[in-house]
Design a protein around this ligand. Sequence first.
Ligand code: ADP
Length: 441
Amino acid sequence: MDHFLIRMAALVLALAVISLLAGLAFGSAVAWGMFGLSVLVALVFHVWHLRALIGWLSDPQVDQVPEGRGIWEHVFAQLYHFARGAARQKSQLVRALARSRQAGQALPDGVVVLDQDNRIEWCNENAEAHFGLAQQADVGQPITNLVRQPEFVAYVDAGDFSKPIQLRAARGGLLILSVQLIPYGDAQKLLLSRDITQLEKIETMRRDFVANVSHELRTPLTVLAGFLETVRELKLDPVRMRDYLNLMGDQTTRMQRIVDDLLTLSTLESAPEPSRNEHIDVARLLAKVKDDANALSGGRHRITLDAPPGFDLAGAESEIASAFGNLVSNAVRYTPAGGEVRIVWRASPAGAELVVEDTGVGIEARHIPRLTERFYRIDRGRSRETGGTGLGLAIVKHALMRHQATLEIQSEPGKGSRFTACFPARRVVPATVRPENAATT
Ligand code: ADP
């Protein structure tokens, strides 16, 4: 027998013995009366405790478990013990749930938890942004009521979730998402979404770039093949033969320039950031750039250089030479004979800047934001005639970017252009003074 039954049996036995003794002393009526009274007291005692128990059960707070007497003290102590254990487990579960939700929120992807009927159980903030969901309001809604793109609905219906699909986000339409359903548990699913807009943009750029390169190289190759055919088929006199060979040489040079510029660009993209230890003697470099510009101009332009000594640059000389060279040669190439090109190296509020100004053809405002795109040209004919590849300003932009410098372009059609390469103070260093290097023309 357990403890409780023994105690109850002892109590009833004690009452019976007392009542029996009272019966022997005072008669059976008194005995029954005493017995009945004792039972009534016991009943009231238990009913009172039961009431306390029922009252507590209606709002079971751990710190409000009632106190009891007798056997009820033991019952309520046990109850307190269980209630405290349950409360501890509950708070552990709540913490675990909060942690897993926080982890879900921290994911860089969108996550929607769906039940077996594809209704939303939970979603993180990225999913809200990707699909335009509202975490509170949309719980319980079928996902296909909210993500209605036909390709998504077909994907859900088809039931083959082995691969993700691409989706354009409905609201705004600018986001491109990679979306995949992942079944788990008992017919539940995770809907994962990843923003691949940037990746797609890069992929489009890569495709355009390959198409552009192929096109740029195919044109001179076609011309070259045509000349080769002619030279092979026709019996040409030596003078015409030389003309043809010269034309073929031009096309080869053009292809060579394109390939050289492509290699420069790809080196700029893949090489580590230029160190700040390499000292570039800017005045000397610009003097050389100016000589090259004079050679390109063939005396048809007035070219001036103003680069007083005092400060130089820290970085990769070949890259800066390429950037400055391209800016100055562009100024010559896009300025008609008789025009002027001014090259100025000077301090600026941010650090230092190279200004290349010309009195050339100028550029319409709508073209300016696109000038540094690869193969973007305003006037293809002029670019080609003057030996352009369409890659010059892309090289300038990359070379400057690697030195934390920016390119500013101001221009007025018919009047001229001003290209400014702006360097931050951390790339500007005092010149290792050699006054004879200063060039002011
Ligand atoms: P390109 O080899 O064709 O010169 P760039 O990338 O150097 O290619 O320049 C892109 C385009 O920007 C050029 O085709 C030309 O139309 C325009 N451009 C560049 N520099 C100048 C300038 N100084 N004046 C007018 N137009 C310019």
